[in-house]
Design a protein. Structure first.
Length: 343
């Protein structure tokens, strides 16, 4: 999930993720859309039933994402009861926009679930945006080098914007069906060190380890499975190709485990600096060195050549973290000038 700074302040995310979900649950008007489902036709995704003219997409639109965003857009204020700031003028106040944002994020989670339940799961992006006149929700398939939004969400300085990506997990991600007691215990302790909500994360891990439908098992993916968890995330996943300083900053800053008072003004380089793997590693090393001045380590969990998973860990827990990773047979990385290496 990424959002511009205006949205993070409006939703009070600088104080943690508590209260992000709407207290009243998903509005009934939006639940109707969820119940109707989503579907794919050739290369496009849309609310179900997908219209027959999807065969001609993108048609008059610039690209397939343009077609999808036009055909999936909802005006949230049409389905969520909110008060207008002025009865005679169509102006939506700040409190109403906050309500629409929370409802839009709740709807995004449902749509992301639907995308994962398709016969062929697809990578999906949901976009929630509000301003003084309306709130919108739309979704589209994630495609390389295409998008609906500008890369820098803070450039939307007159509105509130949230983008939420849902990526399908490979079905063959686990390598061994047998999980020894020592490895299980180490995984639980490892997760406990990182998780903002320990009880919830360990409960999810226990459920995952008891999933007898798994034919194979991978400890790294098990850790990521339970810690990349929306409002209670202890880790953040990035697509390595698109992971630049602005993206890394915006998503790490929203982790509940981000150190109090942590600053980002230490880096004044080019926002497009991370064009190569060497650039990315240099930036991560500099970021890790800055983290250490706040008593925190920048950690990673290996997730293949194309992914990048990052999180924060207090330095006083680092030695134990390394020990548990070895016992859990999980490959982790500690970033910084003084590398503790991969395990």
């Amino acid at each position: 999930m990424t959002m511009n700074d205006r949205t993070a302040k409006l939703l009070s995310l600088r104080d943690g993720f508590g209260g992000l979900d709407p207290e009243e649950g998903l509005a009934s008007g939006l639940r109707t859309w969820v119940d109707g489902g989503i579907g794919c036709r050739d290369e496009v995704v849309c609310w179900a039933p997908v219209p027959a003219h999807a065969d001609d997409a993108p048609g008059r639109y610039f690209d397939l994402i343009g077609w999808e965003c036009f055909h999936t857009v909802l005006h949230l204020e049409d389905f969520v009861p909110v008060d207008r700031a002025h009865a005679e003028v169509p102006i939506i106040g700040i409190d109403a926009q906050r309500t629409l944002l929370r409802q839009g994020i709740a709807l995004a989670r449902e749509v992301g679930r639907l995308a994962g339940e398709l016969s062929t799961p697809i990578p999906l992006r949901c976009i929630v945006a509000t301003n003084e006149t309306n709130g919108t929700f739309r979704f589209h398939r994630i495609r390389p080098n295409e998008g609906w939004l500008l890369d820098d969400l803070d450039s939307y300085d007159r509105g509130y914007v949230v983008a939420i990506d849902f990526l399908p997990r490979p079905l063959d991600r686990f390598h061994s069906a047998h999980i020894a007691a020592a490895q299980r215990a180490a995984l639980l302790d490892l997760v406990s060190l990182i998780a903002p909500d320990i009880e919830k994360a360990c409960g999810r891990l226990e459920n995952a380890l008891e999933n007898t439908s798994w034919s194979v098992f991978d400890p790294e993916d098990a850790v990521i499975e339970v810690l990349v968890d929306g409002i209670d995330s202890g880790l953040v996943y990035f697509d390595r190709v698109s992971a630049g300083p602005d993206t890394i900053r915006s998503r790490l800053a929203l982790l509940p485990t981000c150190p109090e008072g942590f600053t980002w003004d230490w880096y004044d380089g080019d926002a497009k600096f991370c064009e190569t793997e060497t650039d990315l590693q240099t930036y991560l090393r500099l970021l890790a060195d800055h983290c250490r001045t706040f008593g925190t380590a920048l950690i990673g969990v290996f997730t293949g050549r194309d992914g990048l998973v990052l999180g924060f860990l207090p330095l006083d827990k680092l030695e134990r973290f390394v020990e548990l990773a070895a016992l859990a047979e999980a490959e982790i990385v500690i970033y910084g000038t003084i590398e503790l290496g991969a395990h």
